[in-house]
Write a new protein. Structure first.
Length: 220
């Protein structure tokens, strides 16, 4: 059994980047936890930040439930301003040690959105720290992650070295993404993602729809 730990800078990034893979893994009997660094409170001009944060956390919960995930963590970092800090790094290390994942998912390092870049760097650093005999405030048992998968959200991956056929889960992924109504009101992410996953499926030969990743090695 695999134990997935998915890190997303904002609610909906997880669904866009690896929602089909999450659904497929859970359907196979694996466990999953999703950690949102922010609540996406800056993602619309139609709501106050507090109201949007509440809405987006509710949307994330509905989307995750469709994918079969119940364990969600919100770290409430400022949307648009994710910053390296002792508190945040220690929170990430603590989560890795407590959940003991065999697989970690994070945005790839070449994402153009700054929050996505920061999330990638912070989680990779946390994976390294979690594996070492240091930082007892983050848990007394070290934990080494076997596999780290980097997913694409705003910026397509190039190159990639892992492809997952999500053909049987594409409609479920779209349903989960459409649960994020506050975001689709302005940008048709669902159309964009369906097109990207169809392109990935065709060009990789993996299936009708596919998600692509960079399989990274953690260096301890």
């Amino acid at each position: 059994m695999e134990n997935l730990l998915v890190f997303a800078p904002h609610p909906d990034d997880d669904v866009i980047g690896c929602g089909g893979t999450i659904a497929r893994c859970v359907a196979q009997g694996n466990q999953a936890t999703i950690v949102y660094l922010t609540s996406g409170e800056s993602g619309s001009l139609s709501y106050s930040p507090a109201e949007l944060a509440r809405r987006r956390e509710e949307e994330a919960a509905r989307a995750a439930a469709l994918l079969g995930v119940k364990d969600l963590v919100f770290l409430h970092q400022p949307d648009g301003y994710i910053t390296w800090s002792q508190e945040l790094v220690e929170s990430l290390v603590s989560i890795i040690r407590s959940r003991q994942p065999s697989m970690v998912f994070l945005p790839h390092g070449g994402e153009e959105v700054r929050d996505h870049q920061q999330c990638s760097r912070l989680v990779l650093e946390a994976c390294k720290r979690a594996a070492g005999p240091w930082f007892p405030s983050c848990g007394k048992q070290s934990w080494s992650v076997n596999k780290v998968w980097a997913y694409e959200v705003w910026t397509p991956l190039s190159p990639y070295n892992m492809v997952v056929d999500i053909s049987d889960f594409m409609q479920l992924k779209l349903a989960a993404l459409r649960a994020h109504k506050s975001q689709l009101a302005d940008i048709a992410y669902d159309d964009a993602v369906q097109g990207l996953n169809r392109y990935r499926g065709i060009t990789s030969g993996a299936g009708r729809y596919a998600e692509c990743f960079q399989l990274l090695k953690t260096i301890i």
